[in-house]
Design a binder for this molecule. Structure first.
Ligand code: HEC
Length: 121
């Protein structure tokens, strides 16, 4: 019985990671972006990684904005670096090389789509 369970879960996992069936690389990457074993990147960096205002607060009568940076226009090197460094606001994630790679891939694809829509090449 247990053996069947193993075979079944192997089947499911291999389906998930297969390139051509069940879900595509892009769909997988989008899922990861929105649900990376922790708070979704989209919650802070926006749906397309364009960066956004996370919060607005007042201090001594002055209004401040807490903003997240755009992450769809940075180099792969910088993208990777940010996962091994400490951040003040951004939580620490424990992602594998493939997962980070996938997130980068997703943001690049999304950026390309947006640029196309706006008529940029
Ligand atoms: C709680 C909000 C929050 C979440 C969730 C979050 N980030 Fe961030 N991120 C930030 C902020 C704010 C910064 C700017 C540095 C800092 O102060 O932490 C940042 C910085 C970065 C940088 C560095 C940008 C640069 O210019 O070098 C990258 C890359 C990045 N985030 C990617 C991600 C990815 C991918 C995820 C999801 C796995 C994610 N972030 C989730 C808030 C967040």
């Amino acid at each position: 019985m247990r053996l069947y369970l193993y075979i079944f879960s192997f089947f499911i996992v291999s389906k998930i990671f297969a390139n051509d069936s069940f879900i595509t690389n892009l769909e997988y990457a989008k899922m990861l972006y929105e649900n990376p074993r922790g708070i979704g990147c989209n919650k802070c960096h926006g749906r397309y990684g364009e960066g956004k205002i996370i919060a607005k607060y007042k201090k001594k009568g002055k209004v401040y904005y807490l903003k997240s940076p755009n992450i769809n226009n940075i180099s792969k090197e910088d993208f990777f670096k940010s996962f091994s460094s400490r951040h003040k606001i951004m939580p620490k994630y424990f992602l594998t090389y493939q997962e980070i790679n996938s997130l980068y891939f997703y943001l690049q694809q999304i950026k390309r789509k947006i640029d196309k829509k706006r008529g940029k090449k």
